[in-house]
Design a binder for this molecule. Structure first.
Ligand code: ADP
Ligand code: ZN
Length: 633
């Protein structure tokens, strides 16, 4: 080995040793997860990095620890660019709880407090400084950063540079200048957005061509995926919450502001602690609801997709969708907010034919370019495919993000793996549907929406359909009543699957009428068989429901362990109120559970528990040991 390689080897080893020491002393953890260790050494040694890890994988440590290591080496303060002003306070409080000298600069600070922070930066009294992007780009701030050493730049939520995503922030486009203004200062961009196109954009826009990429699997094994037929969405939602998530924190996503308000009101009526959140509310109420969600236990946030980026509450136990997301990217991002702490969590969605019709219309009616509409349409199709698949949902999700290893595997933790859906040879039913659409067009020159086509197939003379059928004399069509043996719900499921698989097209120029496609012909000519999932009326949920046990944080503890856990939680609540921080900033549920199991009776023994770092041991050690002894005594 030549001496240069040897020297860099030694430095890598020592960097790694220092990083481990910081991990243990400051954060109380014993080992790195996944790519964390490699990425941290790379950045601590001055390399640029692009870090792509799913939510909850531990991205924050990938810049926090390098900043602390470089601080020890006299290389200055780490700068974290984050778009989430409302959350900076909590992030900084959490670091301070662990003994890190952190601060933030954003528009919520008084000028006096901002001046103090600036002075602390200049005098080297800070390890990490969080800055909002628009503030960072001001001359004043750039000059400030040139007045003292900067150890690294972390660009959090780096997908905000992507103009295609809904989190786009124009200021992010200008962050490229950091590389030019601060040559030699390592930059690390981080995101949990999984799609390859966004990665390319991040590298291009931030000028990170030389950055090393650290890409993790995007699997979130603790999240259980479940997609059910929408029958009576609210009732299904409340059943789901009562069965598995009573008194637990969760997020319910709805498409429209009105539906958010209505659903929140409904849940409150049902005695669920629910709060609304959408862009139509004034910013004070929004901030208040967000703060309650973060600080109190067991709040359900009913929200539009305006809610969620950067919410690092670790114990969100479920994410429910009452409307179909527009893309798999969106679905993945939103469901990913469940279970950051690694404990069992649910991603649940109710979806129906109407969702498809509505989203197609929104895409078609928008002002966007043709190209944008085409891309959006394709993304929606992929989402439908995920909803209608009869095989493992996780495998499908991961394959979509390019993880080809997942194809054909079974995760054992999604509805399709747990209760494999029954499929049936639906060729005849689909032919009936297709020929009904065909006859309408051929014989009458007409096109109709799904509901009317289904009414014709069923020979439905019920009050609602009768008038329309009589008006158009559709009872004289040869396809009238040929599908009478199937219920309307069964037919809806068939139509939906035909749309998802491209056998039927919806046209919005004409209010959601159904049309044949290229693919329909082969089925009509009996050249191709079609297998579809069989419609099952709402009985499935009972089988995928876990019951409370698995989701109960005290699962696995004996009676006295549970009592200790409860006592620790009460202590944590009181302490977090005293400090004005969310409870999880003091200790996570997982750490409390570990304490309840280990029952440490000395401060030293408590220090061995994962999640208990030096500073917290010093601050809370005696209190906790006292609680353990009191309950044991
Ligand atoms: P992300 O930003 O990737 O969503 P976070 O940085 O918020 O994830 O980390 C998620 C949780 O995992 C945090 O509570 C963090 O303290 C914890 N964590 C991160 N790295 C480790 C580790 N090496 N060992 C144990 N816990 C960790
Ligand atoms: Zn599965």
């Amino acid at each position: 080995m030549d001496s240069v390689a040897e020297a860099s080897n030694i430095s890598a080893r020592t960097t790694s040793a220092i990083a481990h020491e910081v991990l243990h002393r400051v954060f109380g953890y014993s080992s790195f997860r996944g790519h964390q260790g490699d990425a941290i050494v790379h950045v601590a040694d001055g390399g640029d990095a692009l870090i792509l890890m799913p939510t909850g994988a531990g991205k924050s440590l990938c810049y926090q620890i390098p900043a602390l290591v470089r601080r020890q080496r006299g290389l200055g303060c780490g700068i974290v660019v984050s778009p989430l002003i409302a959350l900076m306070q909590d992030q900084v409080s959490a670091l301070r709880e662990s003994g890190v000298r952190a601060a933030f600069l954003n528009s919520t600070l008084s000028s006096q407090r901002a001046a103090e922070v600036e002075r602390d930066f200049r005098t080297g009294a800070l390890d990490l400084l969080y800055v909002a992007p628009e503030r960072l780009l001001t001359d004043r701030c750039l000059q400030l950063l040139q007045s003292a050493p900067v150890s690294l730049f972390a660009i959090d939520e780096a997908h905000c540079v992507s103009q295609w995503g809904h989190d786009f922030r124009p200021e992010y486009m200008q962050l490229e200048l950091l590389g030019k203004r601060f040559p030699g200062v390592p930059r690390v961009a981080l995101t949990a957005t999984a799609d390859p196109a966004t990665r390319v954009e991040i590298v291009e826009r931030l000028g990170l061509d030389h950055a090393r990429s650290f890409v993790s699997s995007f699997d979130r094994p603790n999240i259980r995926y479940e997609i059910v037929e929408k029958i009576d969405a609210r009732r299904q939602l409340i059943d789901f919450i009562r069965a598995d998530h009573a008194d637990q924190a969760g997020i319910v996503y709805c498409l429209s502001r009105r539906k958010v308000d209505e659903t929140a009101a409904f849940l409150v009526e049902q005695r669920v602690k629910a709060l609304p959140y959408h862009a139509g509310m004034d910013s004070d109420s929004r901030a208040k609801n967000q703060a309650r969600f973060l600080r109190e236990d067991g709040i359900v946030m009913v929200a539009t997709i305006a809610f969620g980026m950067g919410i690092d509450k670790p114990d969100v136990r479920f994410v429910a969708h009452l409307d179909l997301p527009k893309s798999i990217e969106g679905y993945y991002q939103e469901t990913g907010r469940a279970g950051r702490d690694g404990a069992a969590s649910d991603a649940w969605m109710a979806y129906g034919l109407q969702d498809v019709v509505q989203l197609r219309r929104m895409i078609d009616e928008g002002d966007a370019s043709e190209q944008y509409k085409r891309v959006s349409g394709a993304k929606l199709d992929a989402m439908l495919g995920l909803c209608e698949t009869a095989s493992c949902r996780r495998a499908r999700l991961l394959a979509y993000f390019g993880e080809d290893d997942a194809i054909g595997t079974q995760c054992g933790n999604c509805d399709n793996c747990l209760v494999p859906p029954e499929t049936f040879d639906a060729t005849v039913a689909v032919q009936q549907l297709l020929s009904c659409i065909y006859r309408l067009k051929k014989e009458r020159g007409q096109s109709f929406g799904a509901l009317h086509v289904i009414a014709i197939l069923r020979g439905d003379k019920g009050a609602k359909s009768a008038e329309k059928i009589a008006q158009w004399q559709h009872d004289t069509l040869s396809t009238f009543g040929i599908g009478a043996e199937r219920s309307e719900a069964e037919w809806r499921a068939i139509v939906r699957q035909c749309i998802a698989f491209g056998l039927v097209d919806i046209d919005h120029e004409t209010y959601g009428t159904l049309h044949l496609t290229q693919k329909s012909r082969a089925v009509l000519r009996s050249e191709e068989a079609v297998h579809l999932r069989r419609f099952v009326a709402d009985t499935k949920r009972k089988k995928t429901a876990r019951g409370r046990k698995e989701l109960d944080p005290t699962d696995g503890l004996d009676a006295s362990g549970s009592a200790l856990f409860d006592a620790l939680r009460s202590w944590r609540l009181a302490t977090s109120r005293e400090h004005g921080v969310p409870a999880y900033v003091i200790f996570h549920d997982g750490t409390l559970k570990e304490i309840a199991r280990a029952r440490p009776t000395t401060v030293t023994a408590l220090g061995e528990v994962s999640g208990v770092g030096e500073k917290k041991l010093e601050a809370y050690g005696r209190d906790i040991v006292e609680i353990v002894e009191r309950l044991d005594g």
